[in-house]
Design a protein around this ligand. Structure first.
Ligand SMILES: *[C@@H]1O[C@H](CO)[C@@H](O)[C@H](O)[C@H]1NC(C)=O
Ligand SMILES: *[C@@H]1O[C@H](CO)[C@@H](O)[C@H](O)[C@H]1NC(C)=O
Length: 292
């Protein structure tokens, strides 16, 4: 009996150790109530009883936003989102990282709603030191309003990779040594929101929110934050050790398979790339546009 108990305890202890190793750097609990706080309009936020899913509502009165309790410097952030069904023109649903003002850094997923029959547009952007003119826009290869899909920001000392269901849709490389801005010193919380972008989001402001179709509801599902929690010392987060696996050499560039997917997305789904907008930049594109 005692022997049996002893054996049982050993197996249990082993399990605990294995789980701890595998989860060494995952700092999220999966419970919205524990990892995030509602920053804007609690009356427009609903969280499931188990804390595992959350909805944000936009109506004539208000939108809504929540933010993580912790701030991070590098890591991977995965968020499941189901977008506003039906007529969603003028609405903007977001998932992003944002440092404090002024001269802030920001890494954005912005989902731009549309009129019926027209696809959602996914805009990504990177701000460095308060400058954000780096928009890219793509259409998705599925209807993002029907089911949850996973949107990921992988941010390390070498590059930022935006992913949709693990497929890279964009990279932004660290060329700070050549004078290109890169978010690498300011910690950022994870944020998500829904708001009225009538003046720019759809057709450059042509199609506005139609309030007779409100409320507009976006759903957030499972999420994971596997990242370096900011405790005041940037060196801890810059290290490329097993804890900060995202900083390791193997994550400094895409794999061959990832590269092929990225090429496919850019060939068939890209609708706007600031690096091809000569007119906007009077013929002198930002420096990073000519770097590999
Ligand atoms: C939250 O739930 C209440 C009651 O079911 C509902 O009236 C409200 O519209 C919901 N809000 C959101 C943001 O889904
Ligand atoms: C808004 O939606 C309502 C109801 O579908 C429709 O009657 C109205 O024409 C729409 N307004 C605009 C400006 O499109």
């Amino acid at each position: 009996m005692i022997k049996f108990k002893g054996f049982f305890v050993t197996v249990l202890a082993l399990n605990v150790i294995v789980v701890q190793i595998a989860m060494a750097s995952v700092i999220s609990t999966g419970d919205y109530n524990k990892d995030f706080f509602v920053e804007w309009s609690p009356s427009h936020v609903n969280t499931s009883a188990d804390g595992g899913t959350r909805t944000l509502r936009l109506d004539k009165e208000s939108g809504a936003r929540f933010a993580s309790n912790d701030m991070f410097l590098f890591g991977q952030f995965d968020m499941q989102i189901k977008l506003v069904p039906g007529y969603s023109a003028g609405t903007v649903v977001t998932f992003y990282l944002l440092s404090g003002q002024p001269n802030h850094d920001e890494i954005d997923f912005e989902f731009l709603g549309n009129v019926l029959g027209q696809p959602y547009i996914l805009q990504t952007n990177v701000f460095t030191s308060g400058m954000g003119y780096r928009e890219e826009r793509i259409t998705l290869w599925f209807d993002p309003t029907v089911e949850f899909h996973t949107y990921s920001i992988h941010w390390n000392i070498h590059q930022i990779v935006f992913m949709v269901d693990s497929i890279p849709i964009r990279t932004y490389r660290n060329h700070a040594d050549k004078g290109v801005g890169y978010p690498r010193s300011q910690p950022m919380p994870v944020m998500a929101s829904i708001w009225d972008g009538s003046d720019w989001a759809t057709g450059g402001g042509r199609d506005k929110v139609n309030w007779s179709k409100a409320p507009f509801i976006a759903s957030y599902g499972s999420y994971k934050m596997d990242a370096c929690v900011w405790k005041g010392n940037p060196r801890v987060c810059e290290e490329a050790n097993s804890e900060n696996w995202w900083n390791q050499e193997s994550w400094s560039s895409l794999t061959g398979v990832q590269r092929r997917f990225l090429k496919w997305v850019r060939e068939y789904h890209m609708v706007y790339d600031y690096c091809q907008d000569n007119e906007r930049f009077n013929g002198s594109l930002p420096l990073e546009c000519s770097l590999p």
